[in-house]
Design a protein around this ligand. Structure first.
Ligand code: GLU
Length: 453
């Protein structure tokens, strides 16, 4: 091992150790940092300037992390208190950009892992957006519409101080969809006494939203996987696909995969999964989850040939050609990855953020499975969010096919840039290494240009 190589490796491990010490018990944040930083060893070796400029120390420390109390009154007149978060991680490329997650598991570790991923993902899109993320440990499950509104308004009553169309632009994530964005936008507008459309993305089409935003993460993931398949002369036609989740990402991943000729046989929610050998009926899933806000188990009432199995992680026992994990972090562990490989999976595209554990990723890469990591494969959502910001600034709306064409081009570019980086740094075809390096270099070079700040 050359001196440069060993010292580059040492540098990366020293930074990882500082992260672990400085952020005790934040396991998800450590995991995301480890995946990214290990990929960057060959870059540190080739370009010592990144080390001289302290780029890794700076890029892994958020510019700021805001936490705040969110008090609200439930339908029984009881006072409830949740915790709100916004991490403004990196503003080198543009205003902080990233979604809000409402889920009981939300804590500083989850928000920081998501924020760190977002920096690199946003850079990969090629658009002028920095990295941020936020949310709350509020659990939307079982809450009435009025409770959702009261909580969301209270959340914005504090968050508004820190955001703005040129400062920080939140959007949705798990538990935050069109309804929540509408309430957040209404409350922001009321406090600010003005219509700053570009302060949030994922808005309704009638008040500044963009066509294709709601479909973008799922469609983008399927487009990205299509590029991976094409590189091996494969396609979706006749392929068996398993998609975990049944939220916004999963629904539109299923729709696009079906349009491309695939047969989607399973999807899930946090309670369990459904398997329909005839192919999932998407209209039923959409109505159950988007309109009636019911459980996925209800699908079998209308489709008796389908089976419901409790325990969402068991979805990975179903043999498939293509797996699209679109539910949540760490939903595929080493054992599930081995099972998928044994059952002949050819491609995995991460619609969710960090759905595969580090061990699972190794299993896929060692088995030669085409693997599209989340920060590349699911970047379509935030990419169309940035297009929504552009349209808001122009006070003009593009047509569906115009946004969809731009989305397809962005996903192709991310694939191309990631493959090129993987080749330049001796890991040809490894999109984990490639996407980390391609995203990193865009941010790091701009950080150097802007000085030590
Ligand atoms: N939450 C999405 C993500 O993980 C979208 C963020 C956005 O549109 O700003 O990228």
């Amino acid at each position: 091992m050359g001196t440069n190589q060993s010292s580059a490796k040492q540098y990366v491990y020293d930074v990882l150790e500082t992260i672990t010490k400085r952020n005790p018990n934040e396991t998800e944040f450590h995991q995301a940092a480890k995946e990214i930083l290990i990929s960057l060893v060959p870059v540190m070796e080739k370009y010592p300037i990144y080390r001289e400029q302290g780029i890794l120390e700076r890029i892994t420390e958020p510019e700021r992390l805001i936490t705040f109390r969110v008090p609200w009154v439930d339908d029984n007149g009881k006072v409830q208190v949740n915790r709100g978060f916004r991490v403004q991680f990196n503003s080198t490329l543009g205003p902080y950009k990233g979604g809000l997650r409402f889920h009981p598991s939300v804590n500083a570790s989850i928000i920081k892992f998501l924020g760190l991923e977002q920096i690199f993902k946003n850079a990969l899109t090629g658009q002028p957006i920095g990295g941020g993320k936020g949310g709350s440990d509020f659990d939307p499950k079982g809450k009435s519409d009025w409770e959702i509104m009261r909580f969301t308004q209270s959340f914005m009553t504090e968050l508004y101080r820190y955001i703005g169309p040129d400062i920080d632009v939140p959007a949705g994530d798990i538990g935050v969809g069109a309804r929540e964005i509408g309430y957040l936008f209404g409350q922001y507008k009321r406090i600010r006494s003005g219509n700053e459309a570009g302060v949030l993305t994922g808005k309704g089409l009638g008040y500044g939203g963009s066509l294709v935003r709601k479909e973008a993460t799922g469609y983008g993931c399927v487009y990205f996987v299509n590029e991976m398949l094409k590189s091996k002369g494969l396609d979706y036609e006749g392929a068996t696909v398993v998609v975990s989740g049944s939220g916004n990402v999963a629904i539109y991943a299923m729709e696009k995969a079906m349009q491309f000729g695939a047969k989607v046989v399973a999807c899930s929610d946090s309670g369990g999964f459904i398997y329909d050998k005839n192919g999932i009926d998407l209209e039923t899933v959409r109505r159950l989850k988007e309109v009636e806000r019911k459980r996925i188990s209800d699908y079998t009432k209308e489709h008796p040939q389908a089976v419901y199995v409790e325990g969402c992680e068991k979805i990975w026992t179903i043999p498939c050609d293509i797996a699209l994990p679109c539910a949540t972090q760490n939903e595929i562990d080493e054992a599930s990855a081995k099972l998928l490989v044994a059952n002949g999976v050819k491609a995995v595209g991460e619609g969710a953020n960090m759905p595969s554990t580090l061990e699972a990723i190794d299993v896929f890469l060692e088995a030669g499975v085409l693997f599209g990591p989340g920060k590349a494969a699911n970047a379509g959502g935030v990419a169309v969010s940035a297009l929504e910001m552009s349209q808001n600034s122009m006070r003009f709306s593009w047509r569906f096919h115009e946004v969809d064409d731009k989305l397809q081009e962005i996903m192709k570019n991310i694939y191309r840039d990631s493959i090129q980086a993987s080749e330049e740094f001796d890991h040809p075809g490894n999109l984990v290494v490639g996407s980390n390096i391609a995203g990193f270099r865009k941010v790091a070079d701009a950080m150097i240009a802007q000085g030590v700040i």
